[in-house]
Design a protein around this ligand. Structure first.
Ligand SMILES: Cc1cc2nc3c(=O)[nH]c(=O)nc-3n(C[C@H](O)[C@H](O)[C@H](O)COP(=O)(O)OP(=O)(O)OC[C@H]3O[C@@H](n4cnc5c(N)ncnc54)[C@H](O)[C@@H]3O)c2cc1C
Length: 390
């Protein structure tokens, strides 16, 4: 019998399997594909901190990024460069493979080309290369991505929003150290240009609707043939309850991607850390009741809960911001003092601090021009300074 079965061998499942094995738990990692990391469903931009959380060598790193350009699409761009590596562009298939290898090295058993199809009476039901099987275990970590089957088995509520994403890779002559964000390309989220090296770039966007149409329009602005098409789904908004019936939900299966960027590797691995801690406690106490599992929700909330809630408010606010407001914001923030502050406090994984600093500035507040008042208030709730200004 296994202590823990981890469903899904993405970055989050492989991390959870590694952490559980390192803690001495008998762990099985099940992946539906014949290998790890394919098909790629990611732009591969990871902050340095996120990359460190992956616990891998630099083998998957293709490029290093030090700054960003926010392209308003009208007159003004906002540009900042920290002049040091802030993020890596990675080959996700190589990254995922190394993370799964690390789980296996730590002692996890691995079952490939096998889908989890159910969980009943302490048995994980699978179908795949070995036919239909059932695997006995004490508990499960569900890290089976955006279409998690566990939410269905257990009748649990899912993330409130699902974004679609699409990305192409072309040969392009772009500064290799600068990422571009293009809000106008997708009015409920944004488009991006991420240099994968000094000769190629990933051009993509995410959104709630008309995503292919938007993508064709955006992609049309660039020259060159697509050499790698990436499509995928990002759940936005954590499911209302992230545990139950001997299962802990991690990563995209639980809706843990950052609502500000759609990036889910950092937050997902943080959930794997907390899930493995809780799994150890449950196994040591031989207690898998909901009250024992609930320690997981308390731990991830303490770690990333405020950032995710803040991000959700920003996500709602984004939909109310027109291209003109983006232009106003870029133009008012285009001053050396503000740019220094962005460089000093900017954190891709925990953007709350820098955004709070920005929206508290009277010039920035003015640039919003009365748009998204309720969300602005929510962002800074408790700030008497802000309430007076509104
Ligand atoms: C277009 C796009 C761009 C993105 N760009 C970024 C980015 O730049 N940076 C970033 O941090 N994040 C990005 N993301 C989000 C990121 O890819 C995810 O948040 C991350 O992969 C989540 O990891 P995960 O392990 O939870 O899920 P996944 O990576 O989806 O892994 C789930 C795994 O479970 C397996 N699986 C599913 N069902 C079953 C089953 N029933 N049985 C067995 N195995 C199963 C799948 O095959 C898969 O291997 C992007 C997403 C998209 C769509």
């Amino acid at each position: 019998m296994y202590d823990v079965v981890v469903a899904g061998g993405g970055p989050v499942g492989s991390s959870a399997a590694r952490f559980c094995s390192e803690k001495g738990l008998k762990t099985l990692l099940i992946e539906e594909h014949a290998g790890f990391g394919r098909p790629v469903q990611c732009a591969g931009l990871l902050s340095r901190k996120a990359f460190l959380e992956c616990g891998v060598s630099e083998r998957s790193v293709l490029n290093e990024v030090s700054g960003a350009r926010i392209v308003s699409g009208l007159k003004t761009d906002l540009f900042f460069d920290a002049k040091k590596t802030m993020a890596y562009v990675v080959d996700r298939s190589a990254l995922d493979l190394e993370m799964a290898q690390n789980a296996a090295k730590a002692g996890a058993d691995v079952l490939l080309k096998t889908s989890v199809t159910g969980f009943r009476d302490g048995f994980v039901l699978t179908t795949g290369i070995n036919g239909k099987k059932s695997v006995r275990c004490r508990m499960v970590i569900a890290a089976d991505g955006p279409r998690s089957v566990f939410t269905r088995f257990l009748g649990m509520k899912r993330a409130p929003v699902f974004l679609s994403g699409i990305q192409a890779e072309i040969f392009a002559d772009k500064p290799p150290n600068i990422v571009e964000l293009h809000p106008y390309a997708s009015p409920d989220f944004f488009g991006w240009v991420i240099p994968s090296n000094d000769k190629a770039a990933r051009i993509g966007l995410c959104g709630e609707r008309d995503v292919y149409k938007r993508f064709l329009r955006f992609f049309g602005r660039f020259e060159g043939s697509n050499i790698h098409l990436v499509t995928g789904t990002i759940p936005i908004g954590v499911m209302p309850k992230t545990y139950g019936n001997r299962v802990l939900f991690c990563g995209d299966a639980g809706g843990f991607a950052k609502p500000t960027s759609g990036g889910g590797v950092y937050t997902g691995i943080r959930t794997a850390v907390h899930a493995s801690d809780t799994a150890l406690k449950c196994c040591e106490r031989d207690n898998f009741s909901d009250s024992s599992l609930s320690g997981y929700e308390r731990s991830w909330k303490k770690d990333i809960g405020r950032e995710l809630a803040f991000g959700m408010t920003l996500f709602k606010m984004r939909k109310k911001i027109s291209d003109k407001t983006v232009e106003n914001l870029c133009s008012c923030m285009n001053n050396p003092e503000i740019i220094d502050e962005i460089v000093k406090y900017g954190d891709m994984d925990r953007p709350r601090e820098v955004i709070k600093r920005m929206v508290l500035k009277p010039s920035v507040m003015k640039a919003f021009g009365g748009v998204a008042k309720a969300e602005l208030c929510d962002l800074l709730i408790g700030s008497t300074v802000l309430k007076k200004r509104m």
